[in-house]
Design a binder for this molecule. Structure first.
Ligand SMILES: C[S@@+](CC[C@H](N)C(=O)[O-])C[C@H]1O[C@@H](n2cnc3c(N)ncnc32)[C@H](O)[C@@H]1O
Length: 222
């Protein structure tokens, strides 16, 4: 399976049973993550509420789904959700945690999706972009999620102009660590505009505590 070079230790972590289980557990065992997740789930519900109910008649793609953190929310809006991830260990957790929901599942890279163009009413793709190392590779990923979306996209990226990133970048430089892999709002709007999408809403997960920016996009002309 083709995988662009995201940090290899991160990929190893998400790909292993232990790493996938640790990622899933942290949202329950760490109080900061519990609070952050509660806030994130509310924001996602808000974004989903902006999409007309009739647009949920088709399939929704949750890629990468991780351990299925957003599957229950997505299922409240859409009857047909496909859960996709590069990590088989993550998909195993989705299967065991949500036996009643029986979503369709696919193991694939988000940069080469095994679907025809415009197969999904909504592509939901969160917390992947900032793991991708080069701008070219991020473009490849963004073009692919646009290709398979018929109408809507919700995705996140690390906003390089956020207050949180400004502080974090300085700390990282001071510690001699590499810069984070962010994008600017203009770059994102430009990439999607050239693919025929417009930004409907964009919001930081938290103005002070996070650089993750949620963005809702709609295909033009429908
Ligand atoms: C930080 S987790 C986010 C998961 C989920 N969206 C969430 O917010 O809980 C990143 C996920 O991306 C997956 N991943 C990494 N590289 C990928 C790729 N090239 N294609 C698809 N999934 C990938 C990992 O296995 C992991 O489940």
């Amino acid at each position: 399976m083709e995988i662009y070079p995201i940090q290899s230790n991160t990929l190893k972590r998400f790909g292993s049973q232990q790493g996938a289980a640790a990622y899933a557990a942290k949202f329950e065992s760490q109080w900061v993550e519990r609070i952050r997740n509660g806030h994130e789930q509310r924001l996602v519900n808000d974004f989903l509420s902006m999409i007309p109910a009739s647009d949920f008649s088709g399939f929704v793609l949750d890629m990468p789904c991780g351990f299925g953190r957003f599957l229950p929310s997505l299922r409240e809006f859409a009857p047909r959700v496909v859960e996709g991830d590069w990590s088989g260990s993550m998909l195993e957790i989705v299967r065991s945690r949500h036996p009643g929901m029986a979503p369709e599942m696919v193991r694939s890279s988000a940069t080469t999706l095994p679907f025809a163009s415009r197969s999904f009413s909504l592509v939901f793709s969160v917390r992947l972009c900032h793991h991708i190392q080069t701008f070219e590779q991020r473009l490849e990923y963004l073009r692919e999620i646009q290709r398979v979306s018929e109408r809507w996209i919700i995705f996140t990226y690390l906003d390089e102009h956020s207050c949180h990133n400004a502080v974090r970048s300085r700390l990282r430089r001071w510690k001699g660590k590499r810069a984070t892999w962010g994008m600017s709002a203009d770059e994102v709007a430009g990439v999607f505009a050239s693919g025929g999408f417009q930004v409907v809403r964009t919001e930081l997960l938290s103005k002070l505590l996070s650089s993750q920016r949620y963005t809702l996009l709609r295909r033009n002309g429908r």
